[in-house]
Design a protein around this ligand. Structure first.
Ligand SMILES: Nc1ncnc2c1ncn2[C@@H]1O[C@H](COP(=O)(O)OP(=O)(O)OP(=O)(O)O)[C@@H](O)[C@H]1O
Ligand SMILES: [Mg+2]
Length: 169
């Protein structure tokens, strides 16, 4: 069952990503899905910062894949321009997934299921206001569905409102 969160600034999206990074284990795969400018790279930045990555995390659009070192190694890919699966395989994606790094792939929703991987899908959609984002977390495969409860707790501060929640400050 997907977990839905809502953010209303880039800072909040980075904080949510940081909270999820605390759950990350070696070999984990995060697929970042969402239209241009949704916040996939922003998510990756917050995630990397929480892993202790010191370097600035930039969009890997023109390099395809970059490796960063923090508490865990983090591989950051953007496969937007890759039309074909064999190009992705040429990147050594399977080797990455078999290794100890945590892998984040922007636009990876088409390719990872083809690889049969377990992954967490992080889908970032636009909300009502310019800076509103709706972020849906969907565990795929046993590796992630076993962590649904931990994910729900980690995302709880940004849990999307369901119905009318009173008590506004
Ligand atoms: N709630 C929010 N969360 C994330 N980003 C936000 C939010 N509100 C506004 N923004 C803005 O949206 C933009 C997100 O850009 P980002 O590069 O992270 O998107 P992207 O999904 O990686 O795009 P691309 O598909 O081009 O790689 C930034 O300019 C950021 O400031
Ligand atoms: Mg990006």
């Amino acid at each position: 069952m997907p977990i839905t969160a809502a953010t209303s600034s880039i800072a909040q999206t980075r904080e949510l990503a940081a909270a999820l990074a605390e759950l990350a284990r070696p070999g984990d795969l995060f697929l970042l899905v969402g239209d241009l400018g949704a916040g996939k790279t922003a998510f990756s930045q917050g995630f990397g910062a929480a892993l202790g990555v010191q370097e600035p995390i930039t969009s890997p659009t023109f390099t395809l894949a970059r490796a960063y070192r923090g508490r865990l190694e983090m591989s950051h890919l953007d496969v937007y321009r890759l039309a074909q699966l064999d190009e992705v395989l040429d990147l050594g994606l399977q080797e990455l997934l078999d290794g100890d790094a945590v892998t984040l792939i922007e636009w990876g929703d088409v390719i990872a299921p083809a690889l049969g991987a377990d992954y967490l899908e992080v889908r970032i959609g636009f909300g009502e206001a310019d800076d509103d984002r709706v972020i849906t977390l969907t565990p795929r495969g046993g590796r992630w569905s076993a962590r649904t409860r931990a994910l729900t707790l980690a995302a709880a501060p940004w849990a999307a409102a369901t119905g009318d929640a009173g008590g506004e400050a």
